[in-house]
Design a protein around this ligand. Structure first.
Ligand code: NAD
Length: 435
């Protein structure tokens, strides 16, 4: 069986590498030639734990990487994993997926194998039925359900654990009609993921499951952040004991209850915005999700408020940001809260110096000469009026007094509470801890 994967980002390259390392005959396609060259040489274009090892392993077996779509002509299965970013009104940008599906159509015209096309990219309900299926049928002259299969197969992986999540997903969702293609897909997934529940449903429900998942996670985060803000105003209270206790209740669950500066990354903010936008279009005012989104934006402002409360007018003040990636163990800065905090600080004419163990290259590309870049914790804090810890990188857990000794003013704002039990010689504020 030959499998094509179109779009080699976090989702596509993780899937490509995992399937190829298992020995499947894989062709990975991307429009970005430079990216393809790197991947072909065993180099991941972004940092993801375990990815390069799986990729190198796959390259020794049956894996081809190319920008040439003709290689998918004889595939039995084609996974579409291109980006679906956010437009300025919150809706999703479908141009990349439309283009990818159009190119796929032209290349499977002569395919005698009747392939199954899986849409893994996150798309709003109705996209498969109303947009993707017509492109495929019109440009192949083939009938869905008879001469090719079209299934929704949303992805739930998290960056920083993408390889593990690809190997061991908590569920597989297959959306589409009950056809021979659905049966074949179920056989395929139960072989690679034995004991993982396979949820079979229609296209639009599968598309909606992905948004339900991410908007619920965002809701949990905004909920705990709201409680953290209340705790901050109760002397002695701390959000971690509260989160830990309510997390023990099986009805609640312990994950995504870690209060902080707000949710970021390439998925939660865009998916919440997209489902809010879609909800309004179908005539349902998304009151709860509006509040989730609004309170996430407010959380960023509460960090800036804390900095201002401690430093006064920020004009000309040196502010240090520790942690730029949207979470530890990734170099991804898409929709990272740190980036938004930096932008707000620059608007207030602060002088910003930053540090991150992995994401500096991406941040340099974005801010260029507008901010300063430090190579170590001590360097980022040197001459600083205030340090703001944004990402809970393991190395920041080890911050000690010697790292603070050259600060102009010893003020630390810890948005992750990782230093709350340390006796640091500084004015210390933590999100969710009442002073
Ligand atoms: N990143 C995540 O954590 C995650 C998790 C679950 C679902 N998703 C969803 O999966 C999809 C992919 O996300 P990602 O983070 O991997 O995106 P990404 O931006 O990292 O990668 C997308 C890739 O698609 C390529 N591409 C764009 N247009 C193309 C075309 N016409 N033909 C071939 N390749 C093309 C790009 O060059 C890029 O390499 C999105 O819909 C996203 O919402 C992402």
């Amino acid at each position: 069986m030959k499998i094509g994967i179109v779009g080699l980002g976090f989702v596509g390259l993780s899937l490509t590498s995992v399937l190829a390392s298992k020995g499947y005959d894989i062709v990975g396609i991307d429009v970005d030639k430079e990216k393809c060259n790197k991947i072909s040489n065993g180099i991941s274009p972004f940092f993801e734990p375990g990815l390069e090892k799986a990729l190198k392993n796959g390259l020794k077996k049956k894996l081809a990487i190319s920008e040439d779509f003709s290689l998918i002509q004889n595939c039995d299965m084609i996974f579409v994993t291109v980006g679906t970013p956010q437009k300025s009104d919150g809706s999703i940008e479908l141009s990349m997926i439309k283009k990818a599906v159009l190119t796929i159509s032209k290349n499977i015209l002569k395919n005698k194998k009747n392939p199954i096309i899986f849409i893994k990219s996150t798309v709003i309900p109705g996209t498969l039925q109303n947009i993707i299926l017509p492109i495929l049928e019109k440009n192949t002259g083939k009938k869905a359900g008879k001469e090719f299969g079209l299934l929704s197969n949303p992805e739930f992986l998290q960056e920083s654990t993408a390889i593990k999540d690809t190997k061991f997903p908590h569920a597989v969702v297959l959306g589409g009609d009950e056809t021979k293609f659905m049966k074949k897909a179920k056989r395929f997934f139960s072989k690679i993921h034995p004991n993982v529940p396979i949820i079979e449903t229609n296209h639009q429900t599968a598309e909606m499951i992905k948004y339900a998942n991410n908007s619920f996670l965002a809701t949990k985060i905004s909920f705990i952040n709201q409680l953290a803000n209340i705790c901050q105003n109760i002397p002695g209270a701390n959000i971690d004991d509260i989160a830990q206790t309510i997390g023990l209740d099986p009805r609640i669950g312990k994950l995504f209850l870690n209060a902080g500066p707000g949710y970021g990354g390439s998925c939660l903010p865009k998916d919440v915005k997209a489902i809010m936008n879609f909800s309004s279009k179908v005539g349902v005012t998304p009151l709860l999700l509006n509040a989730v989104d609004r309170s996430n934006q407010k959380q960023i402002e509460s960090i800036i408020d804390l900095v201002e409360k401690n430093c006064g007018n920020l004009k000309g003040k040196n502010i240090s940001i520790l942690g730029l990636a949207f979470k530890p163990k990734t170099d991804d800065i898409r929709d990272s809260i740190s980036i938004k905090v930096i932008e707000k600080l620059l608007k207030k004419h602060a002088r910003v110096t930053v540090h991150d163990p992995m994401a500096m290259k991406n941040v340099k590309r974005k801010f260029k000469e507008r901010i300063k870049y430090a190579n170590s914790i001590s360097e980022v804090l040197k001459d600083s009026h205030c340090g703001v810890l944004m990402t809970a990188w393991p190395e920041y857990h080890n911050i000690k007094n010697s790292n603070l000794k050259n600060m102009k003013k010893r003020i630390l704002i810890d948005s992750r509470r990782i230093l709350k039990n340390k006796k640091l010689d500084c004015v210390y504020h933590a999100i969710g801890v009442g002073n």
